[in-house]
Design a protein. Structure first.
Length: 249
């Protein structure tokens, strides 16, 4: 996995990993990262952690500024529109959340994008409509793979070829990519973003490893193949996407 993305991330990643004790007690464990003045504070990762209690995993990320305050500007159209994201790439197999086994890098993400809505089962803004709240921060599972058409060593959310019928989660939103919209709501509190995610088999999660990434993605002008590319990596918690984080440590 590291070999797939090291070149891109060596250029774009900012900051170096430090001991977790460098930050206050609420950011203990996981991956601690030195702040960087060259990264926008809302995306400047200083701490990333996954912890479990019972059957629930809490995905935690802290930044040097106020998390969630910066979102994309609406363009008025889907093609070429932007997605901002806080992402936890993991070593978990994609089948853990309902995709085909070995489909790619399984990542949990908190995203915002004002030009489209990809959570058709949920009404995040409570206005009685389920198709107009993509600008609010919400969560996804995504499967990532490298694709040269997105840029050298760049990643994309894996496309579903026309006519293919892969295994998909029950809350797949109907887009032709490997994405799930499970409805787990993120909580923002000053510098932190957290999401509580239940699992049928929490032991699988506890055996996994993880990293932290803040990034922007863009919908391709052709709106498919690839549909959604990672176009700008703001920061990688480990510096090299080596997934050094251990759950509950």
């Amino acid at each position: 996995m590291k070999s797939l993305t090291l070149s891109l991330l060596t250029v774009l990643a900012m900051g170096t990993t430090t001991s977790a004790s460098a930050h206050d007690s609420k950011h203990q464990g996981g991956i601690a990262t030195a702040p960087s003045k060259s990264v926008q504070a809302p995306f400047d990762i200083i701490h990333t952690r996954i912890s479990t209690a019972g059957n629930v995993a809490t995905f935690h990320m802290a930044v040097s500024g106020k998390a969630g305050t910066t979102r994309p500007t609406a363009s008025g159209k889907l093609a070429g529109s932007s997605v901002y994201s806080y992402v936890w790439p993991t070593s978990l197999d994609a089948s853990v959340v309902g995709f085909e086994p070995k489909a790619g890098i399984l990542a949990f993400a908190v995203t915002a994008h004002p030009d489209f809505d990809d959570t058709p089962l949920f009404d995040e803004n409570g206005d009685g409509q389920v198709d107009n709240d993509g600008d609010l921060w919400h969560s996804h599972w995504v499967v990532l793979q490298p694709d040269a058409s997105c840029g050298k060593d760049a990643l994309k959310v894996v496309d579903i070829p026309q006519g293919a019928k892969p295994r998909l989660p029950k809350t797949w939103p109907g887009l032709p990519i490997l994405i799930d919209s499970p409805g787990w709501q993120p909580t923002f509190n000053n510098e932190t973003v957290e999401v509580r995610v239940p699992f049928d088999d929490i032991g699988v999660v506890e055996a996994g490893t993880f990293d932290g990434v803040t990034a922007a993605l863009r919908v391709n002008a052709s709106v498919h193949n690839p549909l959604l590319c990672v176009v700008d990596v703001y920061k990688v918690a480990s510096g090299d996407l080596s997934l050094p984080g251990k759950v509950n440590q």
